[in-house]
Design a protein around this ligand. Structure first.
Ligand code: ATP
Length: 323
């Protein structure tokens, strides 16, 4: 299935189409489509400089695109930025809480800014504080919070008006395990209540924990999209990794699909062979030279490797295949 066909099935709360953005000579986004349904969590996965923050900033209305359209809950975000903004909650990468205001005042201020009616304000502030473990800190000033507490407040400020589209740019940077867990649970809860979520992170276990739909972005383009299982199914090559002391004996590699080889240390060679090779067959091939085999392991399906394969920066596949 072509990527365009695969992404077509995702409509709904956010529909960004053919977004382009350059900073001088740098083409940060080269025609990106991103659609997210209500109740869906999309993890934007990409290396540093891939274009994630640029995309999130454009969708949030914080940055103007050079080309393309953004629709949020049916509202044209370029023509009606105010209308769109009311539906969006955004927590940019840099935390931005008011240091002189208390936690409650910060949350109330953001609720007010987002147009939450006065009668609902304190109820929503209390609810989001509870959700992110801030209840005991409501009276504390922004300047008196730890890094992780500030991060939680920063995210809470994006949630307090119960947005239909939530944009979180690396929300767990610098957070401890408990904070991470709280944030992930809060995000999962919002999606379960029908919010659409775009979540950028470099931390793959989070993507797994969120059970997110994964969008791989690389050098300003979306290269693939799917669940973890779908991406692994499409890109995982199976096979075995093995390390050999010295050169492998003549004939050992004959007929094998050698996808990768690299030299390790002084005189060790590491190989990845694809397909259905069994460990025992490989050892048989070495025969009397089996002691040359330092290690053999199955090439397990792994999101990290799939990501590297898709972005072409793999320690595996195609262009690096053995000569
Ligand atoms: P990271 O994971 O490091 O946060 P990212 O995927 O969010 O990266 P962006 O911040 O969107 O990437 O940057 C995309 C590209 O645009 C990079 O090459 C970056 O250097 C460039 N870029 C971003 N902001 C600016 C700017 N204000 N001026 C010039 N170039 C910029």
């Amino acid at each position: 299935m072509a990527l365009s066909e695969r992404t077509d099935k995702y409509g709904g709360m956010l529909h960004a189409s053919d977004i382009k953005k350059s900073y001088g000579q740098v083409d940060a986004l080269r025609g990106v489509d991103l659609s997210v349904n209500a109740g869906q969590i999309v993890a934007l996965l990409g290396r540093n400089g891939a274009g994630k923050t640029t995309l999130v900033s454009i969708v949030a209305g914080l940055l103007r695109a050079d080309a393309g359209t953004v629709e949020v809950d049916g509202v044209d975000a370029v023509a009606q930025p105010g209308e769109a903004a009311r539906r969006i909650g955004v927590a940019p990468q840099e935390t931005g809480v008011y240091r002189v205001l208390t936690v409650r005042e910060n949350l109330t201020f953001f609720a007010d800014l987002a147009g939450v009616p006065k009668r609902n304000r304190s109820k929503q502030v209390d609810a989001v504080a509870e959700q992110l473990g801030l209840t005991d800190l409501l009276g504390r000033k922004g300047s008196e919070l730890s890094g992780g507490e500030s991060r939680r407040l920063h995210t809470a400020c994006a949630l307090v008006h119960r947005p239909r589209l939530l944009l979180l740019d690396e929300p767990t940077v610098g957070a401890d395990v408990a904070t991470r867990q709280q944030l992930i649970e809060a995000v999962g809860g919002l999606a379960a209540d029908g919010a659409a979520v775009v979540y950028t992170t470099h931390y793959l276990p989070e993507v797994e924990a969120l059970n997110a739909d994964i969008v791989i972005i690389h050098e300003g383009r979306i290269l693939d999209r799917g669940t973890q299982a779908e991406l692994i199914e499409r890109h995982h090559r199976g096979g075995l990794w093995f390390t050999v002391e010295g050169e492998p004996p003549p004939g050992v590699l004959d007929g094998l699909d050698v996808m990768h080889r690299q030299t390790e240390g002084d005189d060790q060679h590491r190989f990845l062979v694809g397909g259905d090779v069994r460990m025992a067959d490989l050892v048989d091939r070495f025969g009397a030279q089996a002691s040359q085999l330092v290690s053999v392991e199955r090439n397990l399906p792994d999101l990290d490797r799939v990501f590297m394969t898709v972005t072409g920066e793999s320690s595996e596949p195609d262009e690096q295949a053995a000569s």
